[in-house]
Structures are given as C-alpha cells and as structure tokens.
Ligand binder design. Structure first.
Ligand code: GLU
Length: 469
C-alpha cells in the first residue's frame, strides 16, 4: 500500500510555524515511506478565505522546499461532489433534514447548561420522515447511537469515544453548503489519504469523521495528532510572541533549512542530535517519536541553529538566499565582490542573513557618513598622515593581494612606530565606514583596488576638514 498524506490548510491567514511543522511531518512521513504528499486548500469558508492567504501558503511551502506530489486541490472546486455524497447519505438513511430553528436550539442549549449537561443536539428531527418539507433546513449526519469509536492514534495512542457522546453533526448548512467535517471526509476518501497527520485541535472531529467514513463504507485512514506549539509563557503560540509566519522568518534572515531543522526538533527527537540534513530527517523521522505533549518555541535556539547553518552550509547556498536580502535592501550584488566570498568572510559573525546583508553593504555601495563613534575614535589629527602613507604604498603595488596589503599595514605600523590598531582601525573606518569588518586582508581584497583607494582619499580629506574646523 502506498502511503499518502496531506496538508490541508484553511487559507485564512499566512502559513504559520504550527502549520508548517504539520506540513513538514506529513511530508517527511510520505517521503520516508516512498509515498505521496498532497496539498489541499480548504477554502470553503468563503468569508474568511482569501487568495492572498492561498498565495502566502504556496509561497511558504515553496520556500521551505515542501514540494507536493498532488495538488493544490481546492475544496471550492468540489462542491458538486460534496452534494453527491450528502445526497447519498440522505438516501441511505444516514443523514436527515433538521428543521429546528435557531431559537429552539438556543433554548435547548440554555436548558442543558442550566442542568449542567453537555450542550448537544437532542435528535428531535432524527426520526422524522426523510422527505424534504417546507422551510429552512440543515442536514445532519445520523451518528450511531450505540457503541464506541476507537482511534489508534500514531502519536497519542489509543483513544476511545462513546457514540453517545457525539451528537448529530450538521453536514450541510441551510443554503446547502457543506461543512468542514463533511468536506474533509469526502476529500480524504476521494484522494486516497491513508495517514492523516494534523494538529490535535482536530482530535474532537476525528470520531465524527470516522463514523461518516464508515457510513460511506470506507475504511478510515490512520490518524496522528500533533500537539500544539506554545510560546515561552506557556500560552498557545501567537503573533504576540513575535514572528509566527514562515515568511516573516525569511524576512528576518533565517535560512529555510535552519527553520525546517528547528521545526522537526520541535516535538520530535532522535537521541540528542540537534542538526539534521533533510535526508537524515527523512531517514530517521518516526511518528512514534513525536512528543505527546505540547512543545515550547524557543527563539534563541532557532537563532543558534540558523547560525550553525550559515556557518556550515555550502557558501553558494547561503549566497543564494543572501542575494534575496540584498535585493530587499536595494543592494546590487553585481556592484561588488562575489556573494559567495562575502559569505565566507562574514559567516562567523552573522547569525542572520539580515545581519549579513547589512554588514556587507559597504562592499557594494558607497556610504554617506562614517559611524559616528568609530570616526571619533579613529579619525584623530594625524590619522590622515597614516592613511596617506598607506595610500602611497597601496597605490604602488602591482597585484591587489590581501596578504601583501596586510604586510604593508604591519610594516607601516613599524615604520611609524605605532600600535597596529592605530593603523588598521583608521584604515578600516576609512574603507568600511565602521570599525567592524572581516580581517583587513579579506576586507581589502573583497573591496578591490578602486573602492579602497577612492575611499582612503575621501577619508584623508574628511580628517583634514574635520581637524581644520
Ligand atoms: N483545514 C483545517 C485547518 O486548517 C485542517 C483540516 C485537517 O487537517 O483535517 O485547521
């Protein structure tokens, strides 16, 4: 039997990290078993679904590399099919028209609450004639009255629910539109989904869905309910904990592989291993090893992982993602050194690609101002002389070579009887605008001859002007 899993988001917002983790688990499970992974957009809530959210979900999936084998399917394209199944359930006597008014149902609920009973539909229309009468009607599923539903959840273990706990759920609204539990059941059945991996907020729906599937004569899929994600304060992860949208992590400078690695470890473990390539995740992932209880999102750890990925991934891969951030900041990578070389020079000191892009701007763009503190400290009277000395020597060399340039800096310090910092720092501020950059040899070779010499001349003039006034 080919394993088939699905990710079934409702497009009512961005792709958040909880959804992304569910998608990742479903994707890993399918990949591990040589199965198929389906993307289904559950857009039947016409008021809350937007095309923008659909795009955000597709974009998030693509950025994370969670490619699907089938889909995206859209539930709004399948209304005819849902109608057919609703009719089948009516014809079989497994569904019925319910004419109870809202007022009636409200009164019923009030009474049940007053009696400290669980609010539920009392089945008033259940045994009435199945022929359609005048007036507004919803259609309810006739849940079995006896027996129990057993779920052998692949994460939570055995869950038993008595049928008498389940009331007759509405499967079509009075306008004929199908409800969530019906559409999911029809889709999981038609799409041949045999393992449903989803958030445990759906666990109450599962026995109802199993009963509908059984009424349709179909063997239910296996279920795996993934526990939720909490913020550091123990509340369910939400916007007020910071970024929760996958694409916001992109904007904040995270690599997709780092986020995937973080998400897989959120509630799943393999010994004490922290870093997994995607191939390792596929090989090692087991639903049985997913935690039963909720996991807490830890931004510090994600940041640490991101840094690990920035430092240890193929620089060309990091450069590919860095290039997007350069573009976002109006920096043209064609106006300076190879991005791959910049990655190699910066990766130790940058935990995010945003930091890296900002810290590399001066390789590509001229700057208007020097960092105030750095200029104050390093552009003293006399620094212009040091720079002039260096400039003469730099201009004279035939080959722009980092090591040679570094040697010139060392020699200059000795010749002028200055500490190295008194030579290297003014030079650094002159060419970078700030006192922080990779080592001088790397910085100067990345900058190249023209930018270096021009900026030194500018700085000499700046220091002279400053000390004149
Ligand atoms: N559309 C549902 C949601 O976004 C998921 C349904 C399911 O996975 O069964 O919460």
């Amino acid at each position: 039997m080919t394993i088939k899993t699905r990710f079934a988001p409702s497009p009512t917002g961005y792709l958040h990290v909880g959804g992304a983790r569910t998608a990742l688990f479903s994707w890993l499970y399918a990949r591990k078993h040589g199965g198929k992974f389906v993307l289904r957009i559950e857009d039947t809530d016409l008021e809350r679904s937007t095309q923008e959210s659909v795009n955000a979900i597709l974009e998030g999936m693509a950025w994370l590399g969670l490619e699907y084998d089938e889909g995206p399917f859209y539930q709004t394209h399948r209304f005819e099919r849902y109608k057919e199944i609703i009719q089948q359930l009516l014809d079989q006597g497994d569904a019925y028209y319910c004419y109870c008014s809202k007022d009636e149902l409200d009164a019923l609920r009030e009474q049940q609450v007053a009696n400290k009973e669980k609010p539920r539909y009392n089945g008033k229309c259940r045994d009435a004639s199945h022929t359609r009468k005048e007036g507004e009607a919803v259609i309810r599923f006739k849940n079995p009255a006896q027996g129990e539903v057993i779920i052998d959840d692949l994460i939570k273990g055995k869950i038993v629910v008595a049928n008498k706990e389940l009331d007759d759920l509405i499967i079509a609204r009075s306008d004929g539109s199908p409800t969530y539990n019906l559409t999911v059941v029809v889709d999981d059945m038609d799409m041949g989904i045999n393992v449903v991996i989803r958030g445990d907020d759906h666990i109450n729906n599962t026995p109802r869905q199993i009963n509908i599937l059984r009424a349709l004569g179909v063997e239910p899929p296996k279920y795996a309910h993934v526990p939720m994600i909490l913020g550091a304060d123990g509340a369910r992860l939400s916007k007020r904990h910071g970024a929760v949208s996958v694409m916001q992590y992109r904007e904040e400078g995270f690599l997709p592989d780092a986020l995937l690695n973080y998400l897989v470890r959120l509630g799943w473990s393999h010994g004490d291993q922290e870093i997994f390539t995607v191939d390792e995740m596929i090989a090692l992932f087991e639903l049985e090893n997913v935690n039963v209880s909720a996991s807490t999102f830890n931004n510090e750890k994600l940041l640490w992982l991101n840094h690990q990925y920035i430092m240890n991934s193929d620089p060309a891969h990091v450069a590919h993602h860095l290039s997007w951030h350069m573009g976002e900041r109006g920096i043209d990578p064609a106006q300076g050194p190879e991005l791959t070389e910049v990655v190699k020079a910066q990766r130790e000191r940058c935990k995010t690609l945003v930091e890296m892009a900002e810290a590399s701007r001066y390789f590509y763009q001229e700057f208007e101002n020097y960092d105030e503190k750095a200029a104050k400290k390093n552009f003293k009277a006399g620094s212009d002389e040091v720079l002039r000395h260096l400039l003469a020597k730099f201009s004279a060399i035939s080959e722009w070579d980092g090591e040679k340039l570094h040697q010139i800096v060392l020699d200059t310090a000795e010749e002028l009887d200055l500490k190295l910092g008194k030579v290297a720092q003014p030079l650094r501020v002159a060419v970078c605008g700030t006192a922080v950059s990779p080592s001088i040899d790397v910085t100067l070779s990345l900058l190249g001859r023209d930018k270096t010499l021009n900026r030194m001349e500018k700085a000499i003039k700046f220091i002279q002007d400053k000390n004149k006034s």
